[in-house]
Unconditional design. Structure first.
Length: 183
């Protein structure tokens, strides 16, 4: 299953699951399957994160070119509110965002192409996220924009204060960002 958003690029995917009395089997990533949907990429790194507390916010993160990353994100335990913000210079949707709830239960994945910032908020304790990226981590290209920037206007599903890293606490707003990637 594939769902598109009103912003060109991100895709919500749901791989097929074959279930029986033993459990299930699923191909969660197949190069030819993604290519049929217009995603032609070569993944080079897998990342795995665990967020212990509900209300943990990670993001909005991205890497600057030439180390920009496309990401295929899925939640394998618990549930997250996942966000992608368009940072492509000249894009008609620049500064706009899409959201999706990803969970172990709904089995959905989010494709986030290069030129987008990515963030998430945990909806359950002990949420685990796996994501494939098409460029390796590059500390010199690592960047972030403010997760709660009113110019972007994301309505994060928080019951209290967000649990943040120091990096996310001091990230600059979108207005201070000079978009390096052309749409």
């Amino acid at each position: 299953m594939i769902s598109r958003f009103d912003i060109e690029g991100p895709l919500l995917l749901k791989p097929r699951r074959f279930e029986d009395a033993r459990g299930f089997f699923s191909e969660v990533w197949r190069e030819d399957w993604l290519a049929e949907m217009g995603v032609v990429t070569r993944f080079v790194q897998d990342n795995h994160s665990l967020s212990r507390a509900v209300g943990t916010v990670r993001g909005l993160h991205f890497q600057r070119p030439p180390s920009a990353q496309g990401k295929l994100v899925r939640c394998i335990r618990g549930a997250i509110f996942d966000v992608a913000v368009d940072l492509r210079r000249g894009s008609p949707s620049y500064g706009r965002f899409i959201t999706a709830e990803l969970s172990a239960e709904n089995w959905q994945q989010l494709w986030i192409p290069r030129g987008f910032a990515h963030g998430l908020c945990t909806l359950t304790a002990d949420a685990e996220v796996l994501y494939k990226v098409d460029a390796p981590y590059d500390a010199a290209a690592d960047a972030a924009i403010r997760w709660d920037d009113p110019q972007i206007g994301i309505a994060w599903p928080l019951a209290g204060a967000a649990l943040l890293s120091d990096k996310d606490r001091i990230a600059p707003p979108l207005a201070e960002f000079d978009p390096p990637e052309a749409w």
